[in-house]
Design a protein around this ligand. Structure first.
Ligand SMILES: NC(=O)c1ccc[n+]([C@@H]2O[C@H](COP(=O)([O-])OP(=O)(O)OC[C@H]3O[C@@H](n4cnc5c(N)ncnc54)[C@H](O)[C@@H]3O)[C@@H](O)[C@H]2O)c1
Length: 308
């Protein structure tokens, strides 16, 4: 099902994906092909959904910005794997739709793909309305949408600074404000995770605005944790090191760069998106019930020994 309409002067395409019935039952797949009591289709047999870590409560949905690619995509899959509905928000509408469909097909969860530019605050209300039309309760937000660059401080322009800060930092704050009523309504245990970076701690010369945006997210994490704690909503940040995603691909493709990261990292490799996604999933779960205002570094030891 797909719909197209105008909201606040910005077109936002919404594509709703519900689990698709498998073509034929597979060995060991149990009730595959039959509707579950919730009305959802059982997942395909190739991958089996694992028990929900959201202890004792129905799994609430999670909005994942930047969900069409890289860390955001892996987060959508990791959440679907444990039965949490996911709303895939991305400026890449086709990519969001594909990830939503994949999660529905593989894990039998309710999903929606929403095309939205999260730096456009006016578009967030429409995206939220479309999401709650499908994902009834929003108990989580992951702000993974992000862009790099644009260069050293000496070459900045107002436009290039704003372009990075608007997506990486301002959108995180505005998304939190926008979804706060939904997170509160979903009950205690709701949680927010911002994807920051080890660049919040280091001064890469070519990433002036990026470094500022990621350090800013850590300040936002602490302030928002203070404010939302009264509602039982936790707010944390994850700071990845080098992760093998399209964002980092041009850098990793430079001669010797991947090897340099591997040599500087105690665990001897660049992270895969799933390495980060599993930590995000933990922070969204009740297993992290007493963690808020924290910045969790997931970098294979990079910052512990040398930096970037
Ligand atoms: N890859 C790394 O090494 C690394 C390291 C540390 C932190 N991070 C952070 O992780 C997050 C995810 O990065 P990634 O590496 O997965 O990159 P990626 O390019 O694979 O994914 C980023 C996604 O964000 C989306 N996006 C960009 N601008 C948007 C906007 N205005 N509105 C909605 N969606 C938008 C893109 O379409 C894309 O799908 C980013 O915040 C990035 O800064 C990445």
């Amino acid at each position: 099902m797909a719909a197209s309409d105008e909201a606040d002067g910005v077109e936002a395409r919404t594509t709703t994906r519900r689990p698709r019935a498998p073509a034929s039952p597979r060995r060991g797949a149990g009730s595959q092909g039959a509707d579950t009591p919730s009305g959802r289709r059982a997942p395909r047999g190739g991958r089996r959904r694992r028990p929900d870590p959201h202890l004792g409560r129905p799994a609430t949905g999670v909005v994942v910005t930047g969900g069409a690619s890289g860390i955001g995509r892996a987060t959508c899959v990791a959440l679907a794997e444990v039965g949490r509905p996911v709303a895939v928000w991305d400026i890449n509408g086709d990519g969001a739709t594909q990830v939503a469909q994949h999660c529905a097909d593989e894990y039998g969860v309710t999903t929606i793909g929403v095309e939205v530019d999260v730096s456009n605050t006016d578009a967030l209300t429409g995206a939220t309305q479309r999401t709650i039309g499908v994902v009834e309760k929003i108990g989580g937000l992951v702000h993974a949408a992000g862009i790099g660059g644009p260069g050293p401080v000496t070459l900045l322009s107002d436009e290039s600074w704003d372009a990075v800060l608007d997506v990486n930092l301002r959108a995180g704050a505005m998304l939190t404000k926008q979804l706060h009523p939904n997170l509160r309504a979903a009950g205690p245990g709701s949680a927010v995770v911002y994807i920051s970076s080890v660049e919040a701690f280091f001064g890469s010369t070519f990433l002036a605005a990026y470094c500022a945006s990621k350090a800013g997210l850590l300040g936002l994490t602490r302030s928002a944790a203070h404010t939302l704690g009264a509602d039982g909503i936790r707010v944390n940040a994850v700071c990845p090191g080098a992760v093998d995603t399209p964002l980092l691909a041009p850098l990793l493709a430079m001669p010797g760069m991947r090897e340099t990261f591997e040599q500087r990292t105690p665990l001897g490799r660049v992270a895969q998106p799933a390495d980060i996604a599993r930590v995000v999933r933990f922070l969204l779960s009740d297993d992290a019930a007493f963690i808020t205002g924290a910045s969790v570094v997931v970098d294979g030891g990079l910052t512990a020994v040398a930096g970037v």
